[in-house]
Design a protein around this ligand. Structure first.
Ligand code: TMP
Length: 206
């Protein structure tokens, strides 16, 4: 089977994932690879329900929230991720099941049990886990995005989420310090991805 490469960006809110993902996509396209950029929650029906939760998280229980993220992910895998991997493409996803284990784990569910619900989900070849302190994240969301913090982004909640991300020990995770200039973070990401390409024997132009 001609399987592509699956690379996931993870981390607490405000670490610059959505800035870095398109930069990596361009870097890979310039080397002749076919890249699909995607994200979770998706823009599909379940993703839209999840986004409606942002403004008022008390609408549902953590368990109901988890089920919505799982339904969204099942559809995402079936309609987008797996077909692209089958076609040999490079899939870049802004968030995946590590976010569920960290965020719904922080909401009181068992992260191990959450990982165990993902037998249906292809495992990423590389997880770029962008790290910075929750205080830096909150400052960045406020100053740079000019946003009011949504219910997922409150600092006490982010502290719990960050602690869970820090506890994950999967071999596919590479931690990238994110409280640095965009170009420096991008360079670290490219280095991690180039070593993945070399390990996988993927040929690309310089
Ligand atoms: P984002 O679109 O800004 O990344 O926001 C998505 C929010 O949803 C973010 O605060 C993290 C949260 N989230 C979960 O709680 N569980 C999940 O499984 C995913 C994918 C996201």
């Amino acid at each position: 089977m001609n399987r592509g490469l699956f690379i996931v960006f993870e981390g607490i809110d405000g670490t610059g994932k959505s800035t870095q993902l398109p930069l990596l996509a361009n870097f890979l396209r310039n080397r002749g690879l076919v890249v699909v950029e995607t994200r979770e929650p998706t823009d599909g029906p379940y993703g839209q329900q999840i986004r409606a939760l942002y403004s008022n998280r008390n609408q549902g229980t953590p368990q109901q929230e988890l089920e919505l993220f799982l339904q969204d992910r099942r559809q995402h895998v079936r309609q987008c991720i797996q077909p692209a991997l089958d076609q040999g493409k490079v899939v870049l996803s802004d968030r995946y099941y590590f976010s569920t284990a960290a965020y719904q784990g922080a909401a009181g569910l068992d992260p191990k049990a959450i990982f165990a619900r993902h037998a249906f989900a292809p495992q990423p070849d590389l997880v770029l886990l962008l790290t910075q302190t929750p205080a830096d994240s909150v400052a960045r969301i406020r100053n740079h995005r000019g946003d009011v913090l949504n219910d997922f982004e409150q600092q006490d909640q982010l502290e719990k989420v960050a602690a869970l991300f820090a506890s994950f020990e999967h071999d596919c995770i590479v931690r990238i310090p994110a409280a640095r200039p965009i170009a420096e973070v991008h360079a670290s990401i490219c280095q991690a991805v180039l070593s993945l390409l070399t390990n996988k024997g993927v040929r690309c132009s310089d």
